[in-house]
Design a protein around this ligand. Structure first.
Ligand code: ATP
Length: 496
């Protein structure tokens, strides 16, 4: 029995009035409820109406309100029963439904015999009037051995050979974070082209998984091309990541030696100077998927919805782990913590959930949080122990600018690179960010092409530099202030 089943039985036996099962796997959840009911009869309401399995009576025309009114008026019909409500979340905005649910929940609390309401839905919605009657249970994601079992069962059902242990390992890893239903759909799709499931189906599976994760609305799986060689400069940060990568790739060995599991890193600093690039390169270096958490999408409108979404995102990241969990623009997510508006209450609770997780995290979900402006950030987040390290990324120095020019020129015009005087270009671009330099290179290549020249020259790049305002020019005061702040707080400089 898994932890979820165990909790469900306990909640049902203890007479919790409303148990809300948060899951995408409705039929599996209903099966769990049936077995946890221990002989009690299930009644079900869904969009197709009401069904009482004790008498097999079906009332297709009954609305949810009709069903609830009936149960409230007839205590006998609730005796030793479980009422299962599927796809309930959109009905919970109806004040009549919530009032009737509250009435029924109150009756259960007052001693309605052996009766629970179980809601099953992929979205957690808690109307304030039902908050104290509701207990939420999230169904765990499948573990890797469970995924292997699903794959083996699928092969047996389809009467095809089971996969080799090595490929099964690789495939089950790629399928982490998906439901049983999604896994079977993907396997069926992989099977349709040539009647086999082979490593040639991996790209399709990963692409489908990216879409499914995006659809869940809380995390995004980002395809990564960039590696450490795509980053000019920032040697301290790159070395640090390399060291963590060494631990990450063989955690068991490192732990045996007494090394702690890496938690994550906060990279703060100037815009366009390679913070996101480092998040991507970390995923490539660790050879794990990159998941981006979109804080804007996490914020919900119901009580507890934002925290529930945050927990869901964390759970999904842990299910997919090992992975890099990239939290972009962290300061926007947690600005307003500790304030006294309603919105800041939500942010404060959200922040608490995140902080506790970060502190206690034991999974291999390595957090890379990036931030432009640490001034607005709650100081608790900056304390040692939350992140393994906090790095500050400043504007690139001359050496780094040379490397950035080299990377972006070689990427687009490799044959022209030898003749270009990157030292002269770097001298002329003091105060330019990495993104500014990339912009200069792109513009000069476009000009060269538009002017029907065959070769990119130092002169053409110089022209583009003249037409570009550096970040330092545009944000002078802000940059100076940030620079002082980072130095005062003694964050590690990402550059040597
Ligand atoms: P923001 O805070 O605005 O999101 P950021 O610091 O995350 O900025 P990135 O997205 O990493 O910036 O960089 C923007 C682009 O600038 C990158 O795609 C990359 O092409 C280029 N760039 C920035 N810094 C570097 C660098 N150190 N080396 C190579 N390219 C760089």
């Amino acid at each position: 029995m898994n932890k979820f089943e165990d909790n469900l039985i306990r909640f049902m036996d203890a007479g919790f009035p409303i148990i809300y099962i948060d899951t995408f796997e409705e039929s599996k959840a209903v099966k769990y409820v049936q077995s946890a009911a221990c002989g009690r009869v299930i009644m079900e309401w869904s969009v197709t109406g009401f069904c009482d399995y004790a008498t097999n009576s079906v009332c297709p025309d009954w609305s949810l309100a009709d069903t609830l009114r009936f149960l409230i008026s007839d205590a006998n019909s609730c005796h030793r029963r479980v009422l299962v409500l599927t796809d309930i979340h959109s009905y919970l905005s109806d004040p009549v439904v919530t009032a009737l649910l509250k009435l029924l929940a109150q009756k259960i609390v007052k001693g309605l015999d052996d009766f629970n309401i179980v809601m099953v839905s992929p979205v957690v919605v808690i109307p304030p009037e039902l908050e104290k009657f509701m207990s939420i249970l999230s169904m765990d994601y499948l573990s890797q051995p469970e995924i292997k079992q699903v794959v083996n069962d699928f092969c047996d059902e389809q009467e095809i050979d089971r996969l080799s242990p090595q490929f099964l390992d690789e495939l089950s890893m790629a399928l982490k974070g998906l439901t049983e239903f999604e896994i079977c759909n993907m396997l069926a799709m992989a099977l349709t082209d040539d009647g086999e499931i082979t490593s040639s189906d991996m790209d399709l599976i990963i692409e489908q998984k990216q879409q499914l994760i995006r659809k869940s609305g809380i995390l995004e799986m980002i395809p990564v091309k960039e590696d450490l060689s795509s980053i000019g400069g920032l040697e301290n940060l790159k070395n640090w990541l390399q060291r963590k990568g060494k631990i990450f790739k063989n955690v068991a060995k490192a732990e045996k030696f007494g090394v702690d599991i890496p938690k994550g890193v906060l990279i703060a600093g100037m815009p366009g100077c390679g913070k996101s690039l480092n998040a991507k390169a970390a995923a490539k270096l660790f050879n794990v998927p990159l998941l981006r958490m979109d804080m804007g999408r996490l914020m919900g409108k119901y009580v507890g919805e934002s925290e529930a979404n945050m927990r869901k995102a964390i759970k999904l990241a842990e299910a997919i782990s090992p992975c890099v969990l990239w939290i972009d623009e962290l300061e926007k997510a947690f600005a307003g913590v500790g304030g006294n508006s309603g919105a800041s209450d939500v942010t404060t609770r959200l922040f608490g959930t995140f902080l506790t997780w970060l502190q206690e995290k034991e999974s291999l979900a390595f957090v890379v949080a990036t931030a432009n402006d640490i001034e607005k950030m709650p100081p608790e987040l900056m304390r040692k122990g939350r992140f393994d390290e906090i790095f500050y990324v400043g504007l690139p120095n001359k050496n780094e600018r040379e490397k950035i020019f080299e990377i972006h020129i070689k990427k687009r015009r490799p044959n022209d690179f030898k003749k270009i005087d990157i030292s002269a270009l770097a001298s002329k671009t003091d105060g330019y960010s990495g993104a500014d330099i990339e912009g200069v290179v792109k513009e000069s290549i476009e000009d060269t092409y538009a002017n029907e020249k065959t070769e990119l020259t130092t002169q053409a790049i110089n022209e583009a530099i003249k037409n570009t305002h550096s970040l330092k020019e545009i944000m002078k005061d802000k940059l100076e202030k940030m620079d002082t702040l980072y130095k005062e707080r003694k964050y590690k400089n990402a550059s040597v």
